[in-house]
Design a protein around this ligand. Structure first.
Ligand SMILES: CC(C)(COP(=O)(O)OP(=O)(O)OC[C@H]1O[C@@H](n2cnc3c(N)ncnc32)[C@H](O)[C@@H]1OP(=O)(O)O)[C@@H](O)C(=O)NCCC(=O)NCCS
Length: 336
């Protein structure tokens, strides 16, 4: 990880420490998770709950020097509040016709149990994905925690730290969606934009300025793809009137002030955007990788966003340090 990103992450960790939140790490029987728990407690980034078989966790804790007095350990299959969690899950999935047996089986799994801890405010955020797939992490979050108010779609943002952009060192842009929704409709795109604006605010404290990106700027081209972006902007303005946003904008009009002035005169976002919303997953995923590879940017993410409370995902290739970093991000995404 580059030095520039370390500075941005250091500031995120500093803010996380001040909140003294509790993070549940459902994959407690996994070595990197145990190492991360040790660091999180030592650096006071968050209080930690580990989920899983207690004997297995005790064995790993011994191997990695984690003092089990410093963390909470819960085995979902034998948890005191399992019945209460099963009832709550039955209620949530009532319309899907779930049986009590099915609910009990699901609630004994670490991802769903962890998500229920977050739903019930027993933990502030959940972080998993070192061994489970993104799909499994998202499914538990979507089914148990649910979506944030006024949001219809869970998506994945990338925090892009550019070593130097014009006069700014370590310039941060938030990009989305780079990970979850292949071909969002206008309503989904509006939700992705609103969630990304919130992520920008939560992680950097900067006022989000959202550009709805396209291959057209303010009517320079006519196409149904442009119409989708414009419709998304309209929904965003209607449902989230406090968010500063404009579109449709080409990338250069969005981030280069001189071009923004020329192509979109009068726009207070053009040339000055810090949240870039791509029209679909092809564009978003290619866009973040181009920035990473050609501009030497550090990409942090995908940062899963749009749920009512944070359930964040890890890459299966993650390091223990990545788990610590994503936990700090999750703490800030919990908001005030
Ligand atoms: C989110 C995901 C797990 C849903 O998978 P699924 O359970 O097979 O999806 P379904 O289409 O059957 O939808 C199940 C429910 O989740 C909802 N849902 C699916 N994707 C959603 C999203 N992005 N946001 C909100 N809700 C979503 C559906 O509306 C549906 O709701 P319902 O149960 O009330 O009807 C799936 O889209 C996925 O795996 N995404 C991850 C993609 C990925 O791996 N990206 C790479 C990461 S780097």
């Amino acid at each position: 990880m580059s030095a520039s990103n370390n500075q941005v992450l250091e500031s995120i960790k500093q803010k996380a420490r001040a909140k003294n939140r509790k993070v549940v790490l459902p994959e407690g029987t996994e070595p990197r998770t145990i190492q991360a728990a040790k660091t999180m407690v030592a650096e006071k980034i968050a209080r930690v709950t580990l989920l899983g078989d207690k004997n297995e966790i005790a064995k790993l804790a011994k191997e990695h020097g984690l003092n089990l007095d410093t963390v909470e350990v819960i085995d979902p299959a034998h948890a005191d509040n399992l019945d209460e969690f099963v009832d709550a899950f039955c209620e949530l999935r009532k319309k899907k016709g779930i049986t009590k047996d099915e609910a009990a089986k699901t609630m004994k799994t670490v991802l769903f149990y962890g998500a229920m801890m977050v739903r019930k405010d027993i933990a502030d955020a959940s972080v998993a994905g070192a061994v489970n797939t993104t799909g499994d992490v998202l499914r538990a979050g979507i089914q148990v925690i649910g979506l944030a108010p006024n949001i219809t779609t869970v998506s994945g943002a990338f925090m892009m730290t550019i070593p130097k952009y014009r006069d700014t060192v370590n310039k941060v842009f938030m990009y989305a969606d780079g990970a979850v929704v292949p071909n969002p409709n206008a309503e989904q795109l509006a939700s992705i934009a609103a969630a990304t604006a919130q992520t920008m605010k939560s992680l950097t404290g900067e006022e989000p300025r959202v550009a709805m990106l396209s291959f057209s700027t303010k009517g320079s081209a006519k196409h149904e793809d442009v119409d989708k972006v414009l419709a998304a902007l309209e929904i965003l303005k209607k449902n989230h009137p406090h968010i500063k946003a404009d579109g449709e904008l080409q990338l250069d009009a969005a981030i280069v002030p001189e071009i923004g002035k020329k192509k979109a005169p009068g726009s207070d976002i053009a040339g000055n955007a810090n949240v870039l919303i791509f029209p679909d997953l092809d564009a978003g995923n290619i866009g973040y990788k181009l920035t990473e590879r050609l501009a030497g940017a550090t990409a942090t993410g995908p940062i899963i966003q749009g749920m009512a409370k944070p359930a964040n995902d890890l890459s299966r290739g993650c390091s223990a340090q990545d788990i610590v970093d994503v936990s700090a991000i999750a703490v800030l995404m919990r908001g005030e």
